[in-house]
Design a protein around this ligand. Structure first.
Ligand code: DWN
Ligand code: ZN
Length: 407
């Protein structure tokens, strides 16, 4: 189903980038099931009216976010620390002895809510990824294993009362039916409550050519302008926007009921920067598309040259994003014999579409390759520290954005 009009404002959508036929990015399956992995056309469009960048084709949510969804938020030190920081901030805003109810949409394995549990703050996580939710429940977190929408919100409110804070990280942009999300927020949120969500930032994606942030799960690529328009459309107001260094650059959006809070200066400042960057201009994406193509040409020729020289190259981090890179560039086992990853649920499986074996991290040093293509670049600091012996023994990291380079 190809969207021609904006999912939010029904404005005209203009296609600005086509990354071709792509698999479901987290469809890590055993070899015998690899041929069954569904594909779709990965292309994005820019809305003429509200500037929302969004997928043109769409994968059904239950095919992406099913019970065995393999991503584990606690799988990196970066996200564990971020979860702790967010929880600490929430705890600071909860005056002792006051009853506060916090709902997290997309709570995954409880990396943030675990801390609220320990602090005795009333909370509820909502996440359809049942196996990840089981991990959260085991650590005492309250979770409902389902999708958040208007009907879930109604039942939460009936059972727990209004929420003072609805928080979400890297989830709201993954949901196409945002009208039901905002209706749910309207039903569940206390009159002076806040809806706070964090998502990768279009400004950084365009600026640093992070084209791998475009994959099935990322229905929308938010900008401050498009989020402001979206909130207003549903009777809310964007009152703050805070840049975070996560995942190559993210924004924490704070939304309140319209007219209940005065927006901070940050919102206006971002809008000025975005119009200077041309984030609502088609020409910006023509340039972006050319830069993406350039990366593909350079990366494939580098991998081919290294193979011709008899060098051994492997992948590091079987991220969701790596599916976009490998399938768009046509990188298969002949160029990359394996990808190592620390997520047990991915090990022993094949990468979606390109069918490269995913191996445990121990296999990385047994023996070290000559080069490692770092798909988990957003965790570069942790990974490079962990694998410093690779570099000390002459190994080189290959990175591909904003340009292909070695480290
Ligand atoms: O938006 C999303 C982000 C938040 O998480 C989701 N749509 C899905 C997921 O995206 P991702 O798979 O690109 O996430 P990460 O956090 O970039 O994935 C890191 C991958 O790297 C994981 O599979 C684990 C692996 N890893 C590793 O093998 N060794 C990570 C670290 C830190 C390591 O040391
Ligand atoms: Zn629109």
């Amino acid at each position: 189903m190809t969207e021609q009009s904006c999912r939010l404002c029904k404005g005209e959508l203009r296609e600005v980038l086509d990354l071709g036929r792509q698999p479901i990015s987290n469809a890590f399956v055993r070899a015998e099931d690899a041929a069954k992995v569904p594909f779709f056309r990965l292309a994005i469009g820019l809305c003429n009216s509200c500037a929302m960048v969004q997928q043109l084709d769409e994968v059904p949510p239950n095919q992406m976010f099913h019970a065995e969804y393999p991503y584990r938020a606690s799988g990196s030190a970066l996200i564990r620390k971020h979860g702790a920081d967010v929880a600490e901030r929430i705890i600071q805003t909860c005056p002792r002895g006051h009853d506060r109810f916090v709902v997290e949409v997309g709570s995954n394995d409880g990396v943030m809510l675990k801390r609220l549990t320990d602090a005795g703050i009333r909370h509820l996580g909502v996440d359809p990824a049942a196996v990840a939710a089981d991990v959260a429940q085991t650590s005492g977190v309250n979770v409902w294993k389902e999708f958040f929408n208007a009907s879930t919100a109604t039942r939460i409110r009936d059972e727990h009362g209004p929420a003072h804070l609805i928080y979400s990280a890297n989830t709201i942009s993954h949901i196409s039916y945002l009208d039901s999300i905002f209706l749910g927020v309207d039903i569940l949120l206390a009159p002076d409550g806040l809806f706070v969500f964090e998502d990768r930032y279009l400004g950084d994606i365009v600026n640093c050519v992070y084209f791998d942030q475009i994959y099935d799960e990322h229905i929308y690529l938010f900008s401050v302008r498009s989020v402001q328009a979206m909130a207003a459309q549903f009777g809310f107001e964007l009152i703050d926007a805070e840049h975070l260094p996560l995942h190559g650059g993210s924004i924490r959006y704070t939304v309140a009921r319209a007219g209940t809070s005065k927006p901070t200066a940050a919102v206006a400042e971002f809008l000025v920067r975005e119009s200077a960057q041309g984030l609502a201009e088609e020409a910006t994406f023509v340039e972006f598309s050319a830069a993406v193509d350039h990366i593909r040409t350079d990366l494939v020729s580098l991998l081919r040259d290294l193979r011709a020289d008899g060098r051994r190259v492997v992948g590091y981090g079987a991220t969701s994003r790596s599916a976009t890179v490998m399938n768009y560039c046509g990188i298969g086992p002949e160029l990359l014999p394996m990808v190592c990853d620390s997520t047990p649920e991915k090990q022993g499986c094949l990468t979606p579409g390109t069918k490269i074996p995913v191996c445990p991290p121990e296999s990385f040093s047994n023996p070290y390759p000559d080069y490692a293509l770092l798909f988990a670049w957003n965790h570069a600091e942790e990974i490079m520290a962990k694998e410093r012996l690779f570099h000390e023994s002459g190994g080189r990291w290959i990175l591909y954005a904003p340009k292909v380079h070695l480290a």
